[in-house]
Design a binder for this molecule. Structure first.
Ligand code: SF4
Length: 464
């Protein structure tokens, strides 16, 4: 991160083979997070201990909860001859010692490079009687030299459909919706389920980390907390009336696969962060409840609108720099534009040209004022170079922006993954109308706190 401090203003050097401080992390972290959203599931990292430790510690540091996961613990032998023996032994040990209902295996760079065939190993485990009756081993391929943590999340979520979803009823169940929430906080998952239920519908949410990574303190350690989507619910997802996938990158592949496998019609929407995106989500839900919007939701929307009106005078004309995951960045950009803050710089390390297209659709006639990048060259170093050349008023992204914030004296509002240096974010949603109220309050506080710190005595006012 000290490299950021040596970033100079001036000409931005194009880099094709070098990433400096990437705006992403590795695939298995996403697969592990998604797998934790299955009730009584133990994620399993098929690779070296170091990978698993890194993934667990990053998730633990963000969610401030112990993250349980197992590893195939590759050493030199497995690295040369493959990890079949390690995984067979692991499956036997895990079911004997920890007794999960599901083991969710994800691969790593090493096991992918070796070419380990996970379904073949699981088949062998079944033949050898290592998988007890009623228990399941699922898997997702998550080579970290492809995509990012969001790809890993998407792959493991799609695996839930591949392994579990089934269509057994003659008709789809009216009023029951599959909701794939994307990579959001446990608090966001609670909020999305609350909105769906207020609309009179019954959600099957997968993955669902609410009640898993935001557990109450009871004084007792629970290996498998009470939250998470159950295997029965995952199976029943094939008979739901429809699927709403929030975020095309994280949730789109699972929704598409469910549509093909079980003929469940799917709609892919942006994450419901901000007024317009939440409107779209509610309008989609209306298609399934006869068009009714309860007064409680209408009131929440009205309060957000009122708040935007009150805050607009402070926001107008401000600029922001954003980094993080494609699904989140598209939604945050729309939220900022709605209050007249220009998202001037937007970078994601997750590769994918569809992100650029979505950003164009959000930016519309302001796109010529905005720099948007994706992929390996879109990193925090580039972001810092841009900011040095032309500063912004706000930084909006994960913890890694704190170095730029300190060096350039620009306020940082933390959002996204990972947040390693603050506590409590997992308890407050930023989705839905109520979530937008919280996010806008945090942004305005950052602006006004900075104004109070920097202004002269003669302009330091009690009322602002
Ligand atoms: S990038 Fe590859 S080797 Fe590094 S922690 Fe991730 S999976 Fe392991």
């Amino acid at each position: 991160m000290t490299l950021l401090r040596h970033t100079h203003a001036g000409e931005v050097q194009e880099r094709h083979a070098l990433t400096i401080n990437p705006a992403k992390t590795c695939q298995p972290i996403g697969a592990m997070y998604a797998a934790l959203g299955i009730h009584r599931c133990l994620p399993h990292s098929h690779g070296s201990q170091g990978c698993c430790s890194y993934h667990r510690s990053t998730l633990s540091r963000h969610y401030k909860e112990p993250v349980m996961a197992a590893t195939s613990s590759f050493t030199e032998g497995a690295s040369v001859f493959g990890g079949q023996a390690n995984l067979l032994q692991a499956i036997q040990n895990i079911f004997t010692v920890y007794q999960p209902d599901v083991i969710a295996v994800h691969t790593t760079c090493l096991s992918e490079t070796i070419g380990d065939d996970i379904p073949q190993i699981v088949e062998k485990a079944t033949e050898e009687g290592l998988i007890p009756a009623g228990k399941v081993v699922i898997h997702a391929n998550t080579p970290s030299y492809v995509g990012s943590h969001t790809t890993g999340f998407a792959n493991m979520t799609k695996a839930m459909v591949q392994y579990f979803a089934e269509s057994v009823l003659p008709d789809k169940v009216s009023g029951r919706l599959n909701v794939i929430p994307g990579w959001v906080e446990p608090a966001d998952m609670w909020e999305i389920k609350r909105l769906v239920r207020l609309m009179g519908l019954e959600p099957i949410m997968f993955p669902d980390t609410s009640g898993v990574l935001d557990c109450p303190q009871t004084g007792m350690h629970q290996m498998f907390p009470k939250g998470g989507v159950t295997v029965e619910e995952l199976k029943a997802s094939g008979d739901s009336a429809a699927t709403i996938a929030l975020g095309p990158v994280c949730s789109g592949p699972a929704a598409k696969h469910l549509a093909v496998k079980c003929r469940v019609p799917s709609t892919i929407l942006p994450l419901p962060i901000g007024l317009q995106a939440t409107d779209r989500f509610i309008m989609e839900l209306r298609k399934h409840n006869g068009g009714r919007v309860p007064e409680e939701i209408a009131d929440e929307r009205g309060r957000l609108l009122d708040l935007i009106t009150d805050m607009h005078q402070y926001y107008f004309g401000k600029t922001a720099a954003l980094w993080g995951d494609p699904d989140t960045l598209v939604a945050l950009s729309e939220l900022l534009l709605a209050v007249d803050i220009l998202p001037k710089y937007v970078v994601t390390g997750t590769p994918g040209k569809s992100f650029l297209k979505q950003m164009s659709q959000v930016l519309l006639d302001r796109k010529h004022e905005v720099q948007v990048r994706e992929g390996s060259g879109a990193d925090m170093f580039l972001m810092h170079q841009w900011i040095k050349n032309e500063p912004v008023d706000l930084l909006l992204g994960n913890t890694y922006g704190k170095y730029i914030s300190r060096d350039e004296g620009i306020p940082l509002v933390r959002h996204g993954f990972p947040i390693l240096d603050r506590v409590g974010h997992q308890y407050f949603p930023t989705v839905g109308y109520r979530g937008a109220i919280r996010l806008l309050e945090k942004i305005l506080d950052a602006f006004l706190d900075r104004q109070d710190e920097e202004c002269g005595e003669e302009t330091f006012e009690l009322t602002m």
